[in-house]
Design a protein around this ligand. Structure first.
Ligand SMILES: [Zn+2]
Length: 149
């Protein structure tokens, strides 16, 4: 149940270190070509500086693109599933600070049972623009099987 929420973490870290490697490489190439240009005679130094500048431009484009692209965390939404220990009604809603599995939420609105968190998980966000209305807890399963008699 809980590991679903942390599942996305390694790939984000992996992507971040991969990105930083390319940034470091491009900056290093820029510095190397720029310094190298100082030790060369006139026509060659301009070529080396131009190549160095080219790496710098690629680096700046990468920085700009990564600043604009939403991260995986922004695309994920953490949800919680609440269940009643008596009637079993399940409601799903947005994660709130301090939530954890088996945390008690309060009395059940349908019976005198207690509501507790059954699961916390992440889902992919729908289009971010469609989230204008405040999120309310929605009943997932309202078919409560009652004993006949
Ligand atoms: Zn209940």
């Amino acid at each position: 149940m809980l590991n679903q929420a942390t599942e996305a973490t390694p790939s984000i870290a992996e992507r971040g270190s991969h990105q930083r490697f390319w940034w470091a490489l491009l900056v290093t190439l820029f510095v190397v070509f720029f310094i190298w240009g100082f030790f060369q005679p006139y026509p060659l130094n301009l070529i080396l500086w131009a190549v160095g500048l080219f790496f710098l431009v690629i680096f700046l484009i990468l920085i700009y693109r990564s600043a604009r692209a939403p991260s995986k965390i922004e695309l994920a939404e953490i949800r919680r599933l609440i269940v009643c220990d008596k009637c079993g009604v399940e409601t799903e809603g947005p994660y709130e600070a301090g939530d954890h599995v088996f945390r008690e939420i309060g009395p059940c609105p349908r019976c005198d049972g207690r509501l507790y968190i059954k699961a916390i998980y992440s889902i992919e966000k729908k289009e971010p623009l469609k989230r204008q209305q405040p999120q309310k807890e929605t009943i997932v399963e309202n078919e409560v099987v009652k004993d006949a008699g």
